[in-house]
Structures are given as structure tokens and as C-alpha cells.
Design a protein around this ligand. Structure first.
Ligand SMILES: Cc1cc2nc3c(=O)[nH]c(=O)nc-3n(C[C@H](O)[C@H](O)[C@H](O)COP(=O)(O)OP(=O)(O)OC[C@H]3O[C@@H](n4cnc5c(N)ncnc54)[C@H](O)[C@@H]3O)c2cc1C
Length: 281
């Protein structure tokens, strides 16, 4: 039987920071504003200057902005403005707490399939987390890869990205020039329909809370991982299309091996599959 877990992201990040520090990493929190590839220097908003021989960029949805700051062409990655909502139980129904309720997903056409709209109605849920200090108001539900697509200064869409919009599973294809923070009623109404049909013990009439967040979608919904075709000293990873967190330690291993020239046969197969060069940049 498949097994899935709810992980507390802040705890995971704290553990990864601790492990990196213990291994000798210096952690500097600042914004990179320019990458001078001639001088091989990273410049930050706070005035920091860091020289490099090889540079790894993992800037998530901001990848094209950072590549542009390095004078490099962007990748065909489109950022979508996703949403999760939290719902509580109806009176008398169980509370779907994480010690009894599993991670649960439902889709009309599989993880990467296409449904009747040419998109895919795929919903994921995580149980009500009762851990102290975690602000969880109920069962969290996301309408996967269905947020409005963005094309802003921060989340730049390359010409290859614009040409690839039709390949995305998103039902709404227009590119929006502003990120939204308010409730996305389109996605909320789809979640309400889903909950009424599939999780009727949850109260679909009123959400307890909602959150807007970002996915980095690629035309084939696979990540991009490897050396930049225009400058092999720049290694980058992005385009996780809504499922990158679970792979983070493995991706870090591959990136480190690439810089170190110690790529194993298995890592080489991974790099081949996710090579940035599969797209026209
Ligand atoms: C609601 C939601 C649920 C999700 N659920 C799952 C899940 O169940 N499983 C899963 O595997 N994945 C999940 N994901 C996806 C996962 O969060 C992402 O795939 C993952 O976080 C991508 O990691 P990243 O490092 O590429 O980008 P990010 O996590 O976005 O990190 C990029 C970092 O780069 C920094 N940055 C950007 N520009 C600059 C700059 N100029 N200078 C310095 N720093 C900069 C940003 O501040 C940020 O910290 C979910 C995402 C969302 C939104």
C-alpha cells in the first residue's frame, strides 16, 4: 500500500540548516541583486560580495529573475499563483486529525492526466495538524496546478515559456501581470464541489482559512536540473511544478556532485532526464 506523511516544513528546514552548518556551510540571508559572470562575483542587496568558481542557483519561482541578473536566458518555466483552503468538520463529524486521517488525493485523470476541460481536476488534502505551534485550522485542500499564471517582473516568463502555456494542465491560460493575495474564488468553488461530493463530513460552506502560494511549472511538469547551457559554471535547479520539497536532499546531493565532478551513474541518469538543454532557451 502506498505510504505518505505530513511533514512540518519549518522543522525540516531547521534540520537542513543545522546539518549544513555542522558540515561547515556559512548561511547568509540576503537578496542577490547581481551576478557578475566575468568577475565571477555574486553581489547582494546588503552590499555582500562573494566570489565563485561554480555557482548553484536554486531561486524557485524567482529563477528567471536571478538568471536575468546574471545576464543569462531564462527557462520556459511559468509561475502559477496557487491556493490551499482549510475546512473544518460539520457538527458531530470527526476532526480529521493527522494521527487518524491520511494524506488523501483525488483526480479525475491521474497525476498528470487531462480531464474534460483539457486541464486536470486534481485535489490533494492534508489532515488537520494538531502539533503545538502549528497554525492548522482544519483539513487543507489544494486544487493542484490550477492557480492563475503569472508574468511579472519577479516571475518572468521567457518566450519559450509563453509558447508552452498550452501544454500546462491549468484551465486558465491567460498570463496575469499581478500576483494575487486575496481568495481565488474560481479555485474555491471547485474545492467546494469536490468536498460536497467526496468529503461530505467537511463543512464546504465556509473555509476556516486560505493561503496563496506559488508553483514553478515547466511544459513537461518535470524539474530542470543541471548546468546552464550558456554558461557551464552556473548550475541551477528549478521548475518543480508543485512537488519539489520531497526531493530537496536528493537534489542537493546531485547539485553538489555536479560541482564536485563526482556524479554517480544513477545521478547521471537523473541529470540526463532533467537537463535544461531539453528546452530551447
Ligand atoms: C501549497 C503548496 C503545497 C506544496 N506541497 C508539496 C508537497 O506536498 N510535496 C512537495 O514535494 N512539494 C510541495 N510543494 C512544492 C514545494 O514547496 C516546492 O516545489 C519547493 O519549495 C521548491 O523549492 P525551491 O527551492 O525550488 O523554491 P523555494 O522553496 O521557493 O525557494 C526559493 C528560495 O530562493 C529565494 N530567492 C529568490 N530570489 C532570490 C534572490 N534574488 N536572492 C536570494 N534568494 C532568493 C527565495 O526567497 C526562496 O527562499 C508545495 C507547494 C505549495 C505552494
Amino acid at each position: 500500500m502506498p505510504v505518505a506523511f505530513t511533514m512540518l516544513v519549518n522543522n525540516c528546514l531547521a534540520a537542513l540548516h543545522w546539518r549544513a552548518s555542522r558540515s561547515g556551510a556559512d548561511i547568509v540571508e540576503d537578496t542577490v541583486v547581481h551576478i557578475d559572470r566575468d568577475k565571477k562575483e555574486v553581489q547582494t542587496k546588503g552590499g555582500g560580495r562573494f566570489s565563485f568558481s561554480n555557482l548553484i542557483i536554486t531561486a524557485g519561482p524567482w529563477t528567471n529573475q536571478v538568471l536575468s541578473n546574471a545576464g543569462l536566458p531564462g527557462v520556459p518555466m511559468i509561475v502559477s499563483n496557487e491556493q490551499t483552503v482549510e475546512l473544518g468538520p460539520r457538527p458531530g463529524a470527526p476532526s480529521y486529525d493527522w494521527d487518524v486521517f491520511p494524506v488523501f488525493t483525488w483526480s479525475e485523470a491521474g497525476y498528470k492526466g487531462r480531464g474534460k476541460d483539457g486541464g486536470c481536476e486534481y485535489f490533494y488534502t492534508t489532515p488537520h495538524v494538531t502539533h503545538p505551534g502549528v497554525p492548522s485550522g482544519g483539513v487543507k485542500i489544494g486544487f493542484h496546478r490550477q492557480g492563475p499564471l503569472l508574468n511579472t517582473d519577479e516571475f518572468q516568463v521567457s518566450s519559450g515559456g509563453k509558447a508552452a502555456v498550452d501544454k500546462l494542465p491549468h484551465i486558465r491560460k491567460e498570463l496575469n501581470s499581478e500576483q494575487q493575495f486575496e481568495l481565488d474564488t474560481f479555485a474555491w468553488e471547485r474545492v467546494q464541489d469536490f468536498v460536497r461530493k467526496k468529503m461530505p463530513s467537511l463543512n464546504a460552506e465556509q473555509y476556516v482559512g486560505y493561503m496563496r502560494c506559488l508553483y514553478q511549472c515547466t511544459p513537461d511538469l518535470h524539474m530542470i536540473l543541471g548546468r546552464h547551457p550558456a554558461d557551464p559554471s552556473i548550475v541551477f535547479a528549478c521548475g518543480f511544478s508543485g512537488s519539489g520539497f520531497q526531493f530537496a536532499p536528493a537534489i542537493a546531493n546531485v547539485l553538489a556532485a555536479l560541482i564536485d565532478n563526482s556524479v554517480t551513474e544513477q545521478q547521471s541518469a537523473i541529470l540526463k532526464k532533467f537537463d535544461p538543454g531539453r528546452f530551447q532557451l
